[in-house]
Design a protein around this ligand. Structure first.
Ligand SMILES: [Zn+2]
Ligand SMILES: [Zn+2]
Length: 288
């Protein structure tokens, strides 16, 4: 691991964050601080990320961006049901997983409370690699969950919503939470095992972005500013929404390439083509 001298770090926003990070851990039990930080931030980030979509639900002018116009499931009643389930799942199933995170991370050699933080370029590269790893892991695990009994007894719960909404991102069976959560944490642990060069702040950044990705993918909205509209290989809601609607194709999380390579996007592409043709025919009729 590269060792950088503190004296070379100018007084920047990063060094301010580093001192805040240090004071967070100073004189406290590292495992407990990590646990509290990961759990509390998970709650805040997950539910806060859903708020813009809950607000969008209230604006009729934004409903034209809803991907599925005919199936409406983002009712207050459904959202309340999902909110209660997800909150319960966070406390009963995810909290014990987070409790186990610190000892495992330390065992694999992750830097937890130490500063300085890694350079931003290192963090960006590592986060990108975790995205790629998770996407590949999720693709196959998710395809596996669509196999007969696995689907019936595990994954069916997540598919209760054929027109999903942001809060439904983590609406899943505890076994699914465990399997797919493995894809999120295994990347950093494997990286750490081989390089001994990973800081908790990078893992934390990755987990935050992964939550953003999951909520966006389930939002049910395809806004002009949605990620895939400026990053064409990004899956986003437009890609995952089809999976919920059709119960097949589009198994990946973040990127579109595995579904393309393994041919699990054919029905989705045909559907898109049909919709495009319908739209063109409709516009042509209006001009005449
Ligand atoms: Zn599925
Ligand atoms: Zn989903």
């Amino acid at each position: 691991m590269a060792i950088r001298s503190n004296t070379t770090i100018p007084f920047t926003t990063t060094s301010y964050l580093e001192s805040k990070w240090q004071s967070l851990f100073e004189g406290r039990n590292e495992a407990l601080v990590t646990l509290a930080m990961l759990f509390i931030s998970h709650e805040i980030i997950y539910f806060a990320r859903c708020i813009p979509y809950l607000i969008a639900d209230q604006f009729p002018a934004l409903q034209k961006y809803k991907i599925q116009q005919k199936t409406i499931q983002n009712t207050a009643e459904n959202q309340w049901k999902v909110f209660r389930y997800v909150l319960m799942s966070h406390f009963i199933f995810e909290l014990p997983m987070i409790v186990g995170f610190h000892p495992v991370a330390v065992y694999f050699g992750m830097a937890i409370s130490s500063v300085p933080f890694p350079p931003l370029s290192t963090m960006a590269l590592q986060v990108f690699l975790f995205f790629v790893f998770e996407d590949f892991f999720h693709y196959w695990a998710h395809r596996g969950l669509h196999y007969g009994p696995f689907y019936r007894y595990i994954h069916k719960l997540h598919h209760e919503w054929s027109a999903p909404f942001g809060l439904a991102a983590e609406y899943a069976h505890p076994i699914e939470v465990l399997i797919l959560g493995t894809g999120t944490i295994a990347g950093p642990l494997i990286w750490c095992y081989f390089t001994h060069d990973l800081h908790l702040i990078t893992t934390f950044t990755w987990m935050t972005l992964r939550l953003f990705q999951a909520v966006e993918a389930h939002s049910g909205y395809d806004f002009p500013w949605s990620t895939h509209n400026w990053l064409p290989f990004w899956s986003g809601a437009e890609h995952h929404d089809y999976h919920h609607m059709a119960f097949t194709n589009n198994f990946s999380t973040s990127f579109r390439w595995w579904d393309h390579i393994f041919g699990t996007n054919k029905k989705y592409l045909a559907y898109k083509q049909k919709k495009d043709n319908e739209l063109k025919a409709h516009q042509a009729k209006k001009v005449m």
